[in-house]
Design a binder for this molecule. Structure first.
Ligand code: WTA
Length: 631
């Protein structure tokens, strides 16, 4: 276990204070807990006018030696990964640190034999099989840069990402079962590769054993493994060498390839993991995210493994074979820390609580959420039904760009408040700004969130487009990182993320964040979920439209509409009452569960001519239905 665990509120306060007063000294002490081939000569150098940020300069390391090799002596036989299959009748796998080390080294040798070396980009388009984690770590082992593309993306989206980084190799599988549905992953990859000239080879892991087309560049994973052994010394990397690229969508145009580097990312991912979840040596930790998202990178793979933890990797979905699956898995593997997304919680809360009560969840100690603001109703459902009011909930605010958690409570150490991400993590210096960029200095305030000082895991650039990096994150406010979110702060310094600042709608001259309105509507007993957007209005400038989903047995009625308007009026004020309330069977969502308000905004504005690419949505079909209902 790492020697940097925060055990009390007092220790948190001390650590926070120290991290602000002398960041270099503070982070140097944290970094001492890792395995470095050569120590850094300078802890931090930054200039956000360029912008440039460098941590642990001169330090040499390999992150896989920290995640694997150094555990071999003390916990070689400890389970590193518990893999839980999509189909509950198949067997789970327990992979020890020794076994994982061997698999990673062996596959690293496959990559080497495929002419992949330090600095080459490898695209990984794989479902949640163990080999996905192996592939990620194998790249890191030899200094190749992994670019994981979520296996739910379309051929067009995959090709754009491969081409943006000129990837040399593609790693994929024949197919994947998602619930009871068979997805022909390789067909999608084949389609993408028609327009990806940089790809020299495609290594295919045989997962479902379905029939696939075979092309000139394809080789089977298992055939390649036969040609190599599992002896692979780790490549020595500079702290500031690239570790991976991960794409995140921008508000306009093509996705942004966020670049993370080796040293700072490792230190921050591990330090946050250990302290936010209060992980202890024999705990079983489960993050339900997909490794295709940053949450999976930092908190399924790198953070937990760097701390020698046991991390669960789940291949399936929350609804298969029924909506009790998460809880069945928690019981089966005696999960201690459970980390999921508000959208999943809301989906589960829609179903009878008997599906939770059926399982023994007494192993649970800590619950977590990430990805979007959690509304109070979902928070309480989670707290009461899953945590039995006995597990602290960590509501962790962060981003692909930030690499690790930025604002969160530390489980059981710092306080919690429903729907509040609460306090800045150690080393994080947030501020709230008004429209003109002036810092709001009063204790309780609401404004635009900014971060005033570097932390180790900040993305260093957008791959191939430093200018865009500068424009998006460092140009809005001088010498501050701009995450694009709004927040409010209570008199005790707790932060609540109010949503993207671009989700603010000005109605009759009043600034209204859509998130609190949604939160109010979600409180209604008949409403499952909603999304509120603005649309142009002759008199008010903008008016609000609420798209709502209701429980199955609820009748849509004028009465219900009146009640929804009333609850908003009561919670926020009459000004926030939506002009339109549209009942829908589902809201359009990205694969990571974010509601696509952009599409809803266009529909509300009667502008459906150009909805953009909806093929990457989780539920593209719902868009047409919403358009119909709107008429
Ligand atoms: C939102 C996910 C409120 C926020 C790790 C952020 C949240 C964006 C929270 C990043 C939270 C994430 N409370 N909002 N706990 N966590 N967000 O890059 O708007 O997929 O800017 O990273 O999600 O999403 P991303």
């Amino acid at each position: 276990m790492q020697n940097f665990k925060i055990n009390s509120l007092e220790e948190y306060n001390q650590a926070y204070q120290k991290s602000i007063e002398n960041p270099s000294k503070f982070w140097a002490e944290i970094a001492e807990n890792f395995l470095w081939r050569k120590k850094w000569h300078t802890v931090l150098k930054y200039d956000w006018s360029k912008p440039e940020t460098k941590w642990f300069i001169g330090g040499k390391l390999n992150i896989t030696e920290n995640c694997l090799d150094r555990h071999l002596k003390t916990r070689g036989d400890k389970t590193a990964i518990i893999w839980e299959p999509n189909n509950p009748s198949e067997k789970a796998q327990h992979i020890s640190y020794k076994q994982l080390h061997s698999k990673v080294c062996q596959f690293a040798n496959v990559l080497k034999a495929s002419n992949v070396g330090k600095g080459d980009r490898v695209c990984i388009y794989m479902p949640m099989v163990v080999e996905l984690a192996v592939a990620v770590l194998a790249c890191a082992r030899i200094g190749a840069i992994h670019s994981v593309v979520f296996a739910g993306f379309s051929a067009t989206a995959l090709a754009a990402r491969i081409n943006d980084a000129s990837c040399k190799i593609l790693l994929t599988t024949d197919g994947v079962y998602r619930g009871s549905k068979l997805v022909a992953l390789k067909d999608i990859a084949d389609e993408a590769l028609k327009v990806c000239p940089s790809i020299e080879k495609s290594i295919v892991y045989q997962n479902t054993k379905q029939k696939v087309d075979w092309n000139e560049k394809d080789v089977w994973w298992h055939d390649e493994l036969k040609k190599v052994d599992d002896n692979c010394p780790a490549e020595e990397m500079d702290a500031e060498d690239m570790l991976f690229i991960l794409y995140t969508s921008g508000s306009t145009g093509k996705p942004k390839g966020m670049v993370h580097t080796c040293g700072g990312y490792m230190v921050y991912a591990a330090y946050t993991f250990q302290n936010v979840f209060q992980y202890q040596e024999n705990d079983v930790y489960w993050c339900t995210a997909d490794i295709g998202w940053v949450t999976g990178h930092s908190y399924i793979i790198y953070g937990p493994l760097a701390c020698g933890a046991t991390t669960v990797m789940f291949e399936g979905i929350p609804s298969y074979p029924d909506y009790g699956r998460f809880w069945e898995v928690c019981e089966k593997h005696k999960v201690n820390q459970f980390y999921t997304a508000p959208t999943a919680i809301r989906a589960l809360a829609k179903h009878p609580t008997t599906l939770v009560e059926k399982y023994n969840l007494s192993s649970l100690k800590v619950l977590g959420t990430v990805g979007e603001p959690i509304n109070e109703e979902a928070w309480h459902w989670y707290d009461e039904n899953v945590g039995k009011k006995n597990c602290p909930i960590v509501d962790t605010w962060w981003q692909t760009e930030t690499g690790g958690m930025m604002m969160t409570s530390l489980a059981g150490i710092t306080g919690q408040k429903p729907a509040f991400a609460t306090l800045p993590f150690v080393g994080i210096q947030p501020s709230l700004l008004d429209d003109k960029g002036n810092e709001l200095t009063e204790d309780a305030a609401e404004g635009i969130l900014a971060i005033n000082f570097p932390w180790p895991s900040l993305a260093r650039t957008i791959y191939g487009d430093h200018e865009r990096y500068k424009n998006v994150y460092f140009s809005a406010y001088e010498n501050k990182y701009f995450p694009g979110d709004g927040a409010l702060r209570d008199e005790n310094g707790n932060y609540r993320i109010t949503g993207r600042v671009d989700d603010v709608v000005i109605v009759s001259g009043h600034n209204l964040g859509t998130a609190p309105i949604e939160n109010a509507i979600d409180e209604h007993k008949d409403i499952v979920e909603c999304a509120v957007v603005g649309f142009p209005h002759d008199v008010k400038g903008n008016a609000l439209c609420a798209y709502v989903t209701t429980y199955d047995n609820v009748q849509e009625s004028d009465n219900l509409i009146a009640e929804v308007r009333e609850i908003v009026s009561k919670t926020i004020g009459p000004i926030a009452k939506p002009d339109k309330i549209i009942f829908v069977s589902g809201l359009p969502k990205t694969r990571s569960g974010k509601i696509m308000r952009r599409i809803l905004r266009k529909i509300a504005s009667n502008d459906t001519s150009n909805l953009g690419d909806i093929s990457t949505l989780l539920n593209p079909d719902v868009v047409q239905e919403i358009i119909e209902n709107f008429k």
